[in-house]
Structure formats: structure tokens, C-alpha cells
Write a protein that binds this ligand. Structure first.
Ligand code: ADE
Ligand code: ZN
Length: 332
């Protein structure tokens, strides 16, 4: 099977986290900003643990200043996704980086991002949707601004609300106000949970935020009762194996629980998270899963079907995607 060309659905990709180092270096050059400290000798992003990753990430974001920068970034990441066979992608976009949570500014950034998404749909055939994202370590009051931005711009393009950032700061329940507001605006809900915060963080996410999807969610593996609850509630895991290995949660892919999670009956999907940071692509994620766990066309079809069912877009779009996935992922 030619994995690169086969169609894929991605549910967990951070817009800024998908910015290639060259892209960030070029903007830094144009804006006369010194960012040399965030790159290593090979020109890749430099970090050796999660906190350093977050610091490097936020430093890189300093060059993303104007709506036009986000237009260019969106175009660049969608080209890369399309090259790897992605036909539908839900992208985390944070008002914290797009105007600091100011609604008027946010609308301008969002318009630029949506325009780039529309043009990529025209000439690359890739569909993008946005999940407005608050950043946990920035705290609940900044998150409240992000949820106002989300609720005020909910549309066919902005379809979800999520939370990323440092899972060890505060609790999921600190953000109920924002998630309730997004829920009332009709947005789909997801939060990073069980990446660093253990099964307890997953429990809080389900109880306090009533999300239907978990960013990562992998640490649910330590709690059989919670696995049963997540299966009953049809909760979907946005698993990003390359990210987890790169950040040192598992020593290598063979130690990663993704295969056990799938076998337990959980709804598993596969995404890249922040591809240039973790030196990954959707193609390499799939190739590695095939090599290490012997995943075949049937399993890849299943994880893409899971992703479509859990996607926050409308039913009409889902039917189109299902048809493409079902016809392409067949054993030859
Ligand atoms: N933001 C970007 N990538 C992230 C990750 N892996 N965990 C939490 N927040 C993030
Ligand atoms: Zn993430």
C-alpha cells in the first residue's frame, strides 16, 4: 500500500505547532526578530522536555504577528497535509496568539485563516475546519476570552472548542465556564487530557467539561473502569504517537499503548499534533504503526472511520469523507 497517497482524516493539529522551522526563520528575518536560541545546529526546533517544548513553541509564535502571517502559515501547513494524503483536517487555532483574545482582532485573523483554507480547498482539495483553543497555563480568565471568540464566530468553519497547554497547571474543572459557553454555541468539545495528567485528568475532562473527544487520552490505559465508561460514552481519543515518543512519555513506539487502546474497544484515531517539532508527518505515523504493530488496511480504514464519526463537521460532509475512505482503504 502506498500510504502517503491514501486518504486520511486528521483531528488533532495545532496551527502554530505545524509551522516549519524555515517558515518561522523567514518571518523572524523579515521582522528582524532574533530567534536563534530556539533552533539547534541542524536548524530544527530545540527542546529536551515538555516545558522546554512549550517555551520554544511560544517563542516561535512571537513572529506570527499579522493576519497575513496566519494566512501564509495556513497555506503552508495545508500544502504539507495534502502532500501526505490528508483530505480533512481539524486545526487548533488559539485567539491567545491571534490578537490576544480581542474579539475584533480575532475576527480579522480568522478571516485570513479561512481565506487560505478556502483557496487550499480549491486547488489542493483539502478540507480544513477550525477548533478554537484556549491555553490551560494562561488560566481561566484568558480562556474565557477565547470561548467568547469561539462562540461569536461559530460557523461552518469554526466548529469546535478545545484546550491545550500545560495539563499539570490547575484542573480541567477550572475551565467549565468556557466549555459551557462553547457548548451552548453548538461547538464540539475536546481537551488535552491524559497526556501528562494521568487517568484522573481524563476523568475530570469527561465529568467537568463533558467533552466527546480527548486530546491524547492515552493515560486512560491505567484505569479499566474509565476505559469502560469512555467506550460506553463513545468518547474518541485523538492519539498522537510520534508526539508522545518525541516528548519522552514512551521510550519508543513499541512501548506506546495505542494498539492496546484500540484492542480494548476504544475509539482511536491518529494525528501528528505538531509535526515539525516531532519530526513527523501523517505518512510516517502510519508507516511506523504498520511496521511496529502490523496495522493493515482494515485497521487504517477503521481509525479513519472513527475520525469521521468524531469529527465536528456536519453529516453531509461526513458522508462524502466516508465514501472516500471506504473506497480507498481496501486490501489489494
Ligand atoms: N500545544 C501544542 N502541542 C501540545 C501538546 N502536545 N500538549 C499540550 N499542548 C500543546
Ligand atoms: Zn496537541
Amino acid at each position: 500500500m502506498n500510504i502517503r497517497k491514501l486518504p486520511k482524516i486528521e483531528l488533532h493539529l495545532h496551527l502554530e505547532g505545524a509551522a516549519p522551522p524555515n517558515f518561522i526563520r523567514q518571518l523572524a528575518f523579515e521582522k528582524n526578530i532574533d530567534l536563534t536560541q530556539i533552533f539547534n545546529a541542524n536548524g530544527d526546533y530545540c527542546f529536551s522536555n515538555f516545558n522546554e517544548f512549550l517555551a520554544t513553541y511560544e517563542a516561535a509564535c512571537q513572529v506570527l504577528k499579522e493576519p497575513e502571517d496566519f494566512h501564509r502559515l495556513t497555506r503552508s501547513i495545508l500544502e504539507k497535509s495534502a502532500e501526505n494524503g490528508v483530505i480533512y483536517t481539524e486545526v487548533f487555532i488559539s485567539p491567545d496568539f491571534c490578537g490576544g483574545g480581542d474579539l475584533t482582532a480575532w475576527k480579522e485573523y480568522l478571516a485570513a485563516i479561512e481565506e487560505a483554507a478556502n483557496s487550499a480547498k480549491e486547488d489542493l482539495g483539502i478540507e480544513m475546519r477550525g477548533i478554537v483553543t484556549c491555553i490551560r497555563h494562561n488560566g481561566p480568565s484568558i480562556a474565557k476570552k477565547a470561548s467568547i471568540c469561539a462562540a461569536e464566530t461559530a460557523s461552518n468553519f469554526v466548529i469546535g472548542f478545545g484546550m491545550g497547554g500545560d495539563e499539570l497547571v490547575g484542573t480541567q474543572g477550572d475551565f467549565t465556564y468556557s466549555f459551557n459557553m462553547a457548548d451552548e454555541a453548538g461547538l464540539g468539545l475536546t481537551t488535552h487530557a491524559g497526556e501528562w495528567g494521568g487517568a484522573e485528568s481524563v476523568r475530570q475532562a469527561l465529568q467537568d467539561l463533558r467533552v466527546t473527544r480527548l486530546g491524547h487520552g492515552i493515560q486512560i490505559i491505567d484505569d479499566t473502569n474509565l476505559i469502560r465508561e469512555a467506550i460506553d460514552k463513545k468518547i474518541t481519543l485523538e492519539v498522537c504517537p510520534g508526539s508522545n515518543v518525541s516528548l519522552g512519555i514512551f521510550e519508543n513506539l513499541s512501548m506506546h499503548p495505542i494498539n492496546s487502546l484500540l484492542k480494548s474497544g476504544l475509539l482511536v484515531t491518529v494525528s501528528t499534533d505538531d509535526p515539525p517539532f516531532f519530526n513527523t508527518t501523517m505518512t510516517s505515523e502510519y508507516n511506523n504503526l504498520r511496521d511496529v504493530f502490523d496495522w493493515d488496511e482494515d485497521i487504517f480504514k477503521l481509525i479513519n472511520q472513527n475520525a469521521i464519526h468524531a469529527a465536528f463537521c456536519g453529516e453531509e460532509q461526513k458522508l462524502i469523507l466516508l465514501e472516500r475512505i471506504n473506497s480507498a482503504w481496501t486490501k489489494t
